[in-house]
Design a protein around this ligand. Structure first.
Ligand code: HEC
Ligand code: HEC
Ligand code: HEC
Ligand code: HEC
Ligand code: HEC
Length: 147
């Protein structure tokens, strides 16, 4: 599937807007579930999107792409925004359990049409917060080999 420059200028397969959808009353965990067991938040199933889009905006070319992906059971190829090198161990689970909010690490998502990397996540920023919160700072906390 070709990546179009979307309605809001984002490089995504379709012009999905967090702002539009969160204004409908959807919550982060309707779409990003920290599946058990696991550390990732993941992306929503197209079949979930279709629970509304079977009837909403069916004339839109983007919704037709979405419907085709749902029918073929082929996930839309979302372009990743936040991505750590594979040698870093990161867990959403430990952070959300410790009460760190999505907004702290991803900015005011409900106000954004387009998700951009607006919060920096590098070794310096990880360790700055770990120092403040008295979380682990030893190398193996983030670089240990894990299964
Ligand atoms: C209706 C479903 C839906 C809801 C609700 C939703 N998201 Fe998303 N989210 C998506 C989709 C689809 C993408 C991929 C497209 C994009 O990046 O905009 C995405 C991408 C993201 C990304 C970028 C991930 C990456 O590395 O590529 C972040 C961060 C994110 N969402 C955070 C949130 C937060 C925080 C909330 C709640 C405030 C939220 N989302 C609510 C569907 C949703
Ligand atoms: C402590 C900072 C932090 C918090 C808190 C956090 N994230 Fe993330 N998020 C990240 C980092 C770093 C990545 C990149 C992870 C990687 O590449 O392994 C990421 C990646 C993602 C992705 C891409 C898919 C994935 O799982 O890698 C989504 C979606 C996402 N976050 C949504 C959320 C939502 C929703 C919340 C709140 C429930 C949240 N994040 C809380 C830092 C955070
Ligand atoms: C709770 C119902 C609901 C869910 C679930 C939902 N949407 Fe939507 N979506 C809407 C509504 C309503 C609009 C129209 C908003 C407007 O135009 O005011 C919309 C608009 C859109 C548009 C803009 C279409 C256009 O051409 O204007 C896209 C793209 C879209 N949604 C993609 C998605 C994706 C991808 C998902 C799943 C990650 C999703 N939607 C889940 C209700 C929903
Ligand atoms: C905004 C604050 C904040 C940021 C930013 C943050 N962390 Fe954390 N992190 C925490 C807190 C608080 C804990 C401690 C949780 C506990 O002790 O229950 C934690 C725990 C962890 C743990 C678990 C350590 C253990 O106890 O085994 C890992 C791994 C981790 N963080 C990796 C990272 C990485 C990698 C980054 C950067 C991409 C990062 N964190 C950014 C607050 C943060
Ligand atoms: C709280 C998490 C965390 C801890 C603790 C941590 N790192 Fe890192 N480290 C990271 C992240 C995240 C990156 C990726 C940086 C990037 O993408 O720019 C990284 C990257 C690196 C790199 C490669 C990139 C570079 O800077 O050249 C090395 C080497 C490294 N870390 C060594 C260490 C050593 C040695 C320690 C212990 C003194 C340590 N790290 C502790 C999170 C951590």
């Amino acid at each position: 599937m070709l990546l179009a420059v979307g309605l809001y200028g984002q490089q995504q397969p379709i012009a999905y807007s967090h702002k539009t959808h969160l204004a409908l009353g959807l919550k982060c965990n309707n779409c990003h579930k920290n599946a058990d067991p696991g550390e990732a938040m993941g992306f929503p199933a197209e079949s979930f999107c279709m629970s509304c889009h079977r009837t909403v905006k069916t004339g839109s070319p983007d919704i037709q792409k979405l419907a085709a992906a749902a029918k073929a059971k082929e996930p839309l190829p979302w372009v990743r925004v936040y991505r750590l090198p594979t040698y870093v161990y990161f867990s959403h689970r430990v952070h959300t359990t410790a009460g760190t909010t999505c907004e702290t690490c991803h900015g005011p998502v409900p106000q954004r049409d387009v998700i951009k990397k607006e919060v920096t996540h590098d070794m310096r920023s990880c360790i700055a917060c770990h120092t403040e919160k008295k979380a682990r700072q030893d190398c193996t906390a983030c670089h240990e080999e894990r299964q």
